[in-house]
Write a protein that binds this ligand. Structure first.
Ligand SMILES: NC(=O)c1ccc[n+]([C@@H]2O[C@H](COP(=O)([O-])OP(=O)(O)OC[C@H]3O[C@@H](n4cnc5c(N)ncnc54)[C@H](OP(=O)(O)O)[C@@H]3O)[C@@H](O)[C@H]2O)c1
Length: 243
């Protein structure tokens, strides 16, 4: 099955690299606005076909994935609509709808490393698209009402996790670690927390109990987070994009 990725930027590029690593190199045809962008992929993966012409790419594909900025979706569909007849048109653009789009998907940039958390909106063809995005991470088919929430938690969520990591690093630097060391320590601690939850299947609060001694240091730090309304800030952060 041939896949055209229209727009090889941050998100399109992560999908392209993720699918290439999953063995789909020969199935990909990619487009961008400039040749420089296309070269960045074809130099690493010579098997990937590329063109600056969206019509040529879409004509060769069975599935066309739109990964341009939301305000370009209308224009790109108008350009390729005449050759879309039996093709599956998928959009990963945030907050954009168009009657010709068959399936809406919301991946994140960890697709490049096979670790995306992707949401696919329920529809007739959702399963086919879910299988494709399942090659670059985990994928959930959800009703339309949950797509925006999924985008905030997983698409934008990557940025929120990075911001937490940065804050932890800054604390580490203030306490005496060099930035690179603080980064490595923060990342390994996060990995450890995730591994613990994965393996034990515990609720995060139950896991917290296991590292919290009454009157000890952990609870002092946790209570400081509560005084600073940490949970409330995270919840408001996730809901901010729904307004
Ligand atoms: N970034 C994320 O984490 C993320 C997550 C989920 C969904 N999305 C969605 O993904 C879409 C793209 O976002 P992005 O962050 O990847 O943007 P981006 O980095 O700016 O990439 C956009 C790409 O589109 C190309 N392009 C521009 N005009 C084009 C045209 N007419 N035909 C073909 N290609 C064209 C650009 O080519 P050049 O490089 O040559 O200029 C660029 O490679 C957005 O709709 C966004 O909502 C993004």
């Amino acid at each position: 099955m041939k896949i055209a990725v229209i727009g090889a930027g941050n998100m399109g590029g992560a999908l392209i690299k993720g699918w290439a690593k999953a063995g789909l190199t020969a199935d990909l045809i990619i487009t961008a606005q400039t040749q420089e962008t296309l070269n960045r992929y074809t130099q690493v993966y010579p098997g990937i076909a590329s063109t600056l012409d969206n019509v040529v790419a879409a004509a060769e594909a069975d599935i066309v994935v739109l990964a341009v900025k939301p305000w370009l979706i209308q224009q790109v569909i108008a350009q390729i609509e005449h050759i879309l007849k039996d093709k599956l048109l998928v959009s990963v653009a945030a907050g954009t709808r168009h009657e010709r789009i068959d399936v809406y998907a919301m991946p994140n940039i960890a697709a490049e490393f096979g670790e995306s958390m992707t949401f696919v909106e329920e529809s007739e063809k959702a399963e086919t698209v879910s299988q494709l995005f399942g090659k670059v991470g985990q994928c959930r088919i959800v009703p339309q009402r949950l797509m925006a929430a999924g985008m905030m938690m997983a698409g934008c969520g990557i940025a929120y996790v990075m911001r937490f990591l940065r804050a932890m690093m800054e604390g580490g630097v203030e306490m005496g670690f060099y930035p690179d060391d603080a980064k490595q320590i923060s990342m390994q601690t996060m990995l450890g927390a995730l591994a613990y939850l994965h393996e034990t299947k515990l609720h995060p609060e139950a896991a917290i109990d296991k590292v919290t001694t009454p009157g000890g240091t952990t609870i002092k730090g946790l209570n400081e987070l509560d005084h600073a309304a940490f949970s409330s800030a995270v919840i408001r952060c996730l809901k901010a994009g729904l307004k």
